[in-house]
Design a protein around this ligand. Structure first.
Ligand code: NDP
Ligand code: 8X3
Length: 252
């Protein structure tokens, strides 16, 4: 039987890249996102309903997540890999000016959504003594930057939750990895700047960012390592990115 991989945020960027990469290797897929049309297109592209089960869903909706995941058809129910990827950044304002609703959306999506999926899918993995949870964190969870505030904090949560999960499932033959990408060109900045394409483009101008395919290849690689090998965290940046100096404010 084909292995089954569930991917949240599959309608774009890393999630879509992962869907294509795993499909190419023969996996069956469960794809989740809000934009149904995109999911349908991907389903058609990657083998139709026999190979790809789609669930249009907002990961922030706890009840909808619980109900939908309980209704997964038997043929797709034994999930081997969960890729918790759905997420977003909104805004780049300083904390004293940021939009509180944007903060809530990031917390609800990047933290609560990820937790809902983990809690729903993990018991089946424990029962079968087989599974792999791959969370998509960010360099923003490790390194503070101006305007990163709540986005970075949600990814710091993802990092620590991933590490703690490792302890909880020790001895159950379940792996957990937090992938922490840096600058990557997807729809991420268009979403962050609320549809301002021009501003989004400036983020990547004059550099060579990571691509969705780069991240998909890394996710695919970690998931195909021997079962006794667990990558705990994997931070990856484009070669053209590194850290800035610590900021010092000087009067006068
Ligand atoms: P994209 O905007 O291209 O993709 C984001 C995906 O998340 C979309 O499929 C979107 O689907 C889905 N999503 C967002 N909110 C929800 C929601 N409430 N319910 C269901 N699905 C949702 O960005 P990326 O591919 O870059 O982002 C993927 C992950 O990678 C995110 O967690 C992001 O924080 C992280 N990341 C991105 C980096 C980058 O520089 N690009 C670097 C480091 C980490 P839809 O809108 O259809 O619901
Ligand atoms: C996305 C990378 O540096 O824009 O998580 O926060 S960054």
């Amino acid at each position: 039987m084909d292995k089954i991989v569930m991917i949240t945020g599959a309608s774009s960027g890393f999630g879509k890249g992962c869907a294509r990469r795993f499909a190419r290797a023969g996996y069956s897929l469960i794809l989740i996102a809000r934009r149904l049309e995109r999911l349908k297109q991907l389903q058609q592209e990657l083998g139709g309903p026999q190979k790809v089960h789609i669930i249009p869903l907002d990961v922030r909706e706890k009840k909808a997540v619980q109900t939908s995941l309980k209704k997964i058809p038997a043929a797709f129910s034994k999930i081997s890999i969960l890729i918790n990827n759905a997420g977003l950044a909104l805004g780049l304002e300083a904390s004293q000016e940021a939009n509180l609703e944007d903060w809530e959306t990031m917390i609800d999506t990047n933290i609560k959504g990820l937790v809902y999926f983990t809690r729903m899918i993990l018991p089946g993995m424990v029962e079968r003594k087989e599974g792999y949870i791959i969370n998509i964190g960010s360099v923003a969870g490790n390194w503070p930057y101006w305007g990163g505030n709540v986005y970075g904090a949600t990814k710091a949560f993802v990092r620590h939750f991933s590490l703690n999960l490792r302890n909880d499932v020790l001895g159950k033959n379940i792996r957990v990895t937090n992938i922490e990408p840096g600058l990557a060109e997807t729809e991420f900045s268009i979403v962050r700047f609320k549809g301002d394409d021009k501003r989004a483009k400036t983020v990547y101008k004059g550099t060579q960012p990571l691509t969705a395919e780069d991240i998909a290849e890394i996710v695919f690689w970690v998931s195909n390592l021997p079962a006794h090998v667990n990558i705990n965290t994997l931070e990856v940046m484009p070669t053209n990115q590194a850290w800035g100096p610590l900021e010092i404010h000087r009067e006068g």
